[in-house]
Design a protein around this ligand. Structure first.
Ligand code: ZN
Length: 245
């Protein structure tokens, strides 16, 4: 990392994170090595035909239409379409954990640029699509130093020439979804998100996050964006956790 304070304030380090930042300053090759690894160079994002275009889970050929797979038809997701790079399994899962928990934030630009290649070009009568990251609570962001979803969104938006809009705020600090049983995840998000004053009415919104597991977080955000009048809400995630794995 060459700067502790990045443009638009996406990388801000709390005092207790300075030690980690100092290591990055002194040994930037840690990040570079990860991005230039053989695995990283060889890895290719999967094609869109391998997963359900609504919920994003792996499914066989002829097992999903534009309306979704059998699971989606039974319980529809609130967003219109989903784009992903792969399943939450090796090597993606390790790279995502490095990005979130080991300070390897530069993975986010790599993920975002590849998602941009998978996202179809579209907009609405109100203008080009806008990119909205799933927000992180300020307390967690201080500890981590950045919101990885925001960094991914910035890279995606930059590649497509679309604006990043922080249409949502996370106003309550709750336990991380990944630490909770599936049954508690919807309740854990109650009242967590709020709409910002940003105008999304009539726009196509690409909601960006790192991982979709149950979809509870993305659903909560989608419902708010719909309430704000967004014309269409799509989802772009790095990885989807397959059910039962
Ligand atoms: Zn589906």
């Amino acid at each position: 990392m060459n700067s502790w304070l990045r443009q638009s304030g996406t990388v801000l380090r709390a005092p207790w994170a300075w030690g980690r930042g100092l290591v990055d300053e002194l040994f930037p090759s840690i990040c570079v090595t990860a991005l230039d690894s053989d695995a990283g160079r060889r890895w290719l994002a999967e094609g869109p035909g391998r997963y359900c275009p609504r919920c994003g889970i792996l499914c066989g050929p002829y097992a999903a239409s534009a309306r979704g797979c059998a699971a989606c038809l039974k319980k529809p997701v609130p967003w219109q379409r989903l784009v992903r790079l792969g399943s939450y399994q090796a090597p993606l899962d390790g790279w995502i954990r490095d990005m979130k928990f080991r300070g390897h934030w530069t993975w986010a630009a790599w993920f975002g640029s590849r998602l941009a290649q998978a996202v179809p070009a579209d907009g609405s009568a109100a203008g080009p699509a806008i990119v909205c990251p799933v927000p992180l609570h300020w307390w967690r962001r201080c500890g981590r130093g950045y919101n990885q979803a925001h960094l991914i969104a910035q890279a995606l938006a930059s590649a497509r020439g679309w604006p990043v809009v922080q249409a949502l705020r996370r106003v309550r600090h709750r336990p991380a979804q990944s630490t909770l049983p599936m049954a508690q995840r919807v309740a854990n998000l109650r009242g967590v998100f709020r709409l910002s004053q940003t105008e999304v009415r009539g726009r196509t919104v690409w909601l960006v996050d790192d991982v979709k597991t149950t979809g509870a977080t993305l659903s909560a955000c989608t419902h708010l964006l719909k309430r704000a009048g967004a014309a269409q809400i799509n989802v772009a995630v790095v990885a989807v956790a397959e059910p039962g794995r």
